[in-house]
Design a protein around this ligand. Structure first.
Ligand code: ZN
Length: 140
């Protein structure tokens, strides 16, 4: 196995070590390997590929973080073919941006991945809905 070096904030390293201990992992590397596997296979979903999808992507960041606001505005324009609407709200000490997005899985995957890579974003969540199943429920 190759050895890679990864930089991360001290607070995240503390949480990583605590997680490894609490869940009886052999160490940081095992947790990181598992996390990477989960992340890169997240959008490998045969059931949703090549189907029209709608989704809601929620982005939480600290109030007044203008670098995030600017980046999200730019992203909205870069993905204007897929972003149907946005809403901005204040929850606690945070800003929450909601994106209603439509497209295929790879479009939405690219959007979510880019949002996650923005520095100082706290959380990114999403839901997906296959539009072709709305009028005629899926049978299994
Ligand atoms: Zn705000």
């Amino acid at each position: 196995m190759a050895v890679v070096s990864v930089s991360m904030p001290d607070e995240l390293i503390d949480r990583l070590d605590e997680f490894a201990t609490n869940h009886e992992y052999t160490g940081r590397s095992e947790v990181v390997r598992e996390g990477v596997r989960i992340l890169i296979t997240e959008f490998e979903n045969d059931r949703l590929e090549r189907r029209p999808l709608a989704g809601v992507v929620s982005v939480l960041y600290d109030y007044g973080t203008t670098s995030v606001e600017r980046r999200l505005t730019r992203l909205r324009h870069e993905h204007e073919d897929h972003v149907a609407s946005t809403a901005h709200s204040h929850v606690g000490d945070h800003c929450m941006e909601l994106f209603v997005i439509e497209g295929e899985l790879e479009d939405i995957s690219a959007f979510v991945g880019t949002v996650r890579s923005i520095e100082d974003v706290r959380t990114v969540d999403y839901t997906l809905l296959p539009l072709d199943a709305v009028d005629r429920p899926e049978t299994s």
